[in-house]
Design a protein. Sequence first.
Length: 521
Amino acid sequence: MDVPVAAARRVLPAGDRAVLVELPDLAAALGLHARLEALQMPGLEQLLPAARTLLVGFDPRRIRRGELLERLDAVSAAPVDRADGAVVEVPTVYDGEDLAEMAELLGMSPEALARRHSGTDWTAGFAGFAPGFVYLVDGDPVFDVPRRSTPRTRIPAGSVALAGRWSGVYPRESPGGWQLIGRTPLRMWDAAREAPAAIRPGDRVRFVPARDEPLRAAAPVAAPLQQDGPALVVERPGLRTLVQDAGRPGLEALGVAASGALDGPAMRLANRLVGNPPGAAVLEIPLGGVRLRARGPLVVAVTGARLPIAVLRGERRREVLDQRAVALDDDDVLELGEPAAGRLAVLALRGGIGVPAVLGSRATDTLAGLGPDPVVAGDALPVGAEPVGCTAGPEPWPADPDEELRVPVLLGPRDDWFDTASLERLVEQPWTITPLADRVGLRLEGAEPLSRAVDGELPSEGAATGSVQVPPSGQPMIFLADHPSTGGYPIVAVVREVALASLAQARPGTRIRFVIDPPPR
């Protein structure tokens, strides 16, 4: 079956906190987006336009789903006038890995493909996937190519690519499923610039054939970590320890994911134990192996994965046996061993971790490259200026996870792209988390892949955290905190918010089994 044409308007479920409004075309999606943005409806958290959809995120504590649907139905999606954009020239070296294959698919030589791609003006339609990634439309109609059946895990920054009738440039190294035809030295996104994005929606874009030259370097986004005053000094950083907080919600339309702590409950508990606000910056520590030294008197707490914790004071060694606030004197050492259960530990510092904020958050977004770098030996993590209150009493470690993790999901928005047998297979067979697991998402492997009932390419659309996206290989991927804000593979279901922390703690090799919950009202 071919890709269905969008109805006049259809609202599809997209998890606990979002719906996907399907519209006839991009103009209608932008029209509905503009009017909802102007209305400033209470309870709306996210508006993400795409090719022919608008992802609407909401807070169910402030607006009921039924009320939201009624109010959405009353808002017009008529096109709005868009101001004329600038002309942006993108120097391009046409030597991409997929150039020859795409040329053969389109029945032309690689040289002819480069001439036609650079011989037309493209229009910047909308941003998504990653900061600085803009979907370019209205180019030469000959360009209509499929995405890769399995996304690449690494695409170099500056890669010029095609997918469907779209063209675009990857702003930084990332995974992705578009076909690579070239590369550009132009830096598409730089948070240190006054206008971070090189291309903005409404701009006209021309690809100009160019000779090879290196990618233009960006200015540093964050200042070096403070070296004076009370701090946690990193002596052994562990595998990939990151600073995280409550993230950057509401910037998805710029291609900026919410990001933030993978295990939100562990972050909030750690902060409560030391008397911080719930979303204060913390350390997210995968698989332990960290050693930190106190500079000045400090209070810390470690939550999340159950792991050995020891405080070393001279020749004395004190074990910490639960989740609690721990007072450190100057020169005390805090050691975290390897988790006995779970994967991620969270460490809160009373006052928060005072690294510089980027776009309103101290979170490290690994896909977008925003926020502080992973901590390294010698870093001094300064005490922040968060308002503090009373510390809380200790909490026991969470129960060890079962051998098979049950993951509740809500079907949609694109469950109708899969046949009945695949929807049954989604829940009847176990899926294993592969080693390709990080903050962007978890790739799964099952004995039998899922099969589509709809052929062809899905126009790119917004994706909520927890989305179970299915590429043509039929092996799903679950989006986590640093996921692309948009994607072009159908989403069969969305993990319920309550289960995201369990997935954050699941290690590669863990078996999971999806459970379909009834749709919320």
